[in-house]
Design a protein around this ligand. Sequence first.
Ligand code: HEM
Length: 409
Amino acid sequence: MATTAATVPPGRQIPSHVPPELVYYAGITESAEFLAAPHKFMAELHGKAPPVFFSPSEHSHASWQLLKYDDAFFMLRHPEYFTTFGAGPFPRDPDDYWRIIPLEIEPPEHRKYRAIVDPLVSPKTIGTLEVSIRRLANELIDRFVDTGKCEFAKDFGRPLPVGVFLDIMGLPRSMMDEFVRWAMGLLHAQDRDLAVRTMAEVTAYLETVIQEKRANPDGGAVSAIVHGRPGGEEMSAKEVFGFVFFLFIAGLDTVFATLNNIFVWLAENPDRRREIAAEPDNIGNVVEELLRVFTVTFSGRTLIQDVELRGVQMKKGDRVTAVLPSANYDPDVFPNPQEVDFHRPRKPTLAFAGGVHSCMGAHLARLEIKVCIEQFLRRIPDFTLGREAPISYWPGGVVGPKAVPLTWT
Ligand code: HEM
């Protein structure tokens, strides 16, 4: 089951406390097999890889990988062992470090930062957005419904979450195209120069907006952060930036990827589309089940003290990744895990992680997914994948298709 030293990418050191039989290079997020069908790949890792293994290069860091639901949950619920500090994938100057907030703040301080923005994304507040999300969904569909085709990701799956996000942040919808371009340039450029240029543009824009909201407070999230006082203390300029920037990073690509994955599947499964349309009251379960099978991201941590998990000794300083998409296919928790079952007994999934850092935008994301499925199926009940298929997927830590060509008559 373990790999040989020859398969370890050059330059990757395996710490001496890692037993050779637990070194396994699976290729999550980057191998050709993964990129051909990422969710099938992550489901089938159970049974192929050890439940806890050490990968020399997964997600660009040598780290322990946790496939089992219970182990992932253990990691997420024990910040006294597993810290988020340094978890962000953005290269930052160690001498001028800025934290991505709230992810890189640990308890008890963490609660003070979440309290600043949680009211803006509570179920009650989010519920009031349903009408405007539905309106935006309709406006986007109006643009292509009569043409008999669309590139779903470009025409719907990206602009919709960006529009909703701008409203929540208190930023103008006129920035929609720029935000789509920035999100793609920063996270999927596959060109370091473009990513650096995009980061400079995003930074300049966010800094201007931060100044503006300082002078003119409003009801949006940027203003709440700028004027927020965690524990009564003013935040530094770096903290404010790290907070606003992280919402941009966390709240866009994840929703793009989830919607795009779901619509590939809907296009391929006409019977299941009809099932969803025939049971409108079951839409909540539909959304949960699709979030389970199309979990798009991972949780990364670093150990701040030694720990033993499933008999495996891990040491302070080791990196650990909860492979959330695999955990949501754990057959011990979700029987017949690859079957999409809208009547599955409810069990919390790890699509939005868990523990103190569980996703702040989960209620919003669920509502966006629900409204998109309902509205699209209502207006365009029958569609298939266009000729440009097969679908190809982005490498990296947010798993989703690059493009989703759809056609209908
Ligand atoms: C389907 C869409 C989404 C998915 C799958 C998703 C997934 C996740 C996951 C797995 C985490 C935990 C990260 C970790 O443990 O390291 C997380 C955290 C977070 N997410 Fe989301 N997310 C989504 C949408 C959003 C949206 C729309 C927003 C903002 C409006 C958002 C804001 C955040 C924030 C701020 C955190 C950090 C929470 C903390 O540290 O306390 N997410 N998300």
